[in-house]
Design a protein around this ligand. Structure first.
Ligand code: PEP
Ligand code: MN
Length: 346
């Protein structure tokens, strides 16, 4: 439930609404906006007597949020959320971020070289998995903490903010200490205890859509993170399982405008996992930006043929460089731009 204050409501009026909500046993979240303040009532169990709030001085209106997710919805917040990754990079609003890097961190040489490729091409952030959720237990599982340290070093050297996956609470703690954004992968989108753990942190979270998750499922998973107090959530469309084996997954670009309508959270696309095939990644990345994505996440490897994971979908450095130029042009055509990260140390 949302309590919308009048334009001329005073701080005292807002405080009174907050106090009454708390007296009723719920949590109050005041949200000052450009036009007026709204106060969210968190945890409505259907027993809230809204007439008690409606009659208070300075209250304009009570809105009952109709969606199953609340704080994630556009009803709750009409302005776009802009997530700050640090290093001068924000996600949402007018910017279109390009997150590039290998599927996995494999060695210092590989990740530093990949980071330099991403930076030189004009990419915005660096990706690379240290904890890898692999379909087979016999596949390369990632370098773990060592991988995180190498990734952090590569980020520092290039000035690129770093995004990397956490698979459990312990990993999330490590990622929060060494990276700029915690990725929750498709396989963990409905790992509710992990969502609550990252919800209690302040770090931005990149939440990927599960491979058989509906858009409502994705938004409800995001709600778990916001409900714990972390508003810095970026959603990611990464393709869903389909009947057609022609591509690894079916990249659902319709999700981009649908999510923008339903939620204030930014959404990016991952055409690498979304298609699984290098030559399909490039057109689908362009299409994602044209569809209004707030960014793309692309796998690029200094030597894709030697990659320990996802080589077939990893771009060659030249392809990545060309693609970033094209994405800039597509973004400009729709009044947006690809932000540039601050300079690094090397
Ligand atoms: C990844 O981005 O490294 C990854 C494993 O992707 P997903 O969770 O979408 O499969
Ligand atoms: Mn991968």
């Amino acid at each position: 439930m949302l309590v919308v204050m009048q334009h001329d409501a005073t701080a005292k009026d807002v405080d009174r609404v907050v106090t009454i909500i708390q007296d009723m046993g719920y949590e109050a979240r005041p949200m000052p906006g450009a036009q007026r303040t709204t106060v969210g009532l968190v945890g409505n169990d259907g027993r809230v007597d809204s007439s008690r709030l409606e009659a208070l001085p300075g209250v304009a209106q009570i809105i009952h949020v109709t969606q199953p997710y609340k704080q994630v919805s556009r009803e709750w917040r009409s302005e776009n959320t802009v997530v700050d990754l640090g290093h001068g990079v924000t996600v949402g609003g007018d910017s279109v971020v390009v997150i590039g890097g290998p599927c996995s961190v494999e060695s210092e040489e590989q990740i530093v070289s990949a980071a330099r490729i991403v930076k030189a091409a004009g990419g915005t952030a660096l990706r690379g998995g240290a904890f890898k959720p692999r379909s087979s237990p016999y596949s390369f599982q990632g370098l773990g903490k060592k991988g995180l340290e190498l990734l952090a070093r590569a980020g520092k050297a290039t000035g690129l903010p770093v995004v990397t996956e956490a698979m459990d609470a312990e990993g999330a703690q490590m990622v929060a200490e060494l990276a700029d954004c915690i990725q929750i992968g498709a396989r963990n989108m409905q790992n509710y205890s992990l969502l609550k753990t990252v919800g209690k942190m302040k770090k931005p979270v990149l939440l990927k859509r599960g491979m058989a998750a509906t858009i409502t499922d994705l938004l409800l998973s995001a709600e778990y993170i916001l409900a714990e107090g972390n508003q810095n959530v970026i959603l990611c469309e990464r393709g869903v399982r389909s009947f057609d084996p022609a591509a690894r997954n079916m990249l659902d670009l319709t999700a981009i405008p649908i999510v923008h309508r339903l939620s204030h959270l930014p959404i990016i696309a991952d055409p690498s996992h979304g298609t699984g095939l290098r030559d399909k990644v490039i057109p689908m990345a362009r299409a994602a930006v044209a569809a209004g994505a707030d960014g793309v996440m692309i796998e690029v490897h200094p030597e894709p043929d030697r990659a320990l994971s996802d080589g077939a979908q990893s771009l060659f450095p030249d392809q990545f460089t060309q693609l970033v130029g094209e994405l800039r042009a597509v973004a400009a055509a729709i009044g947006r731009s690809v932000p540039v990260a601050k300079a690094g140390t090397a």
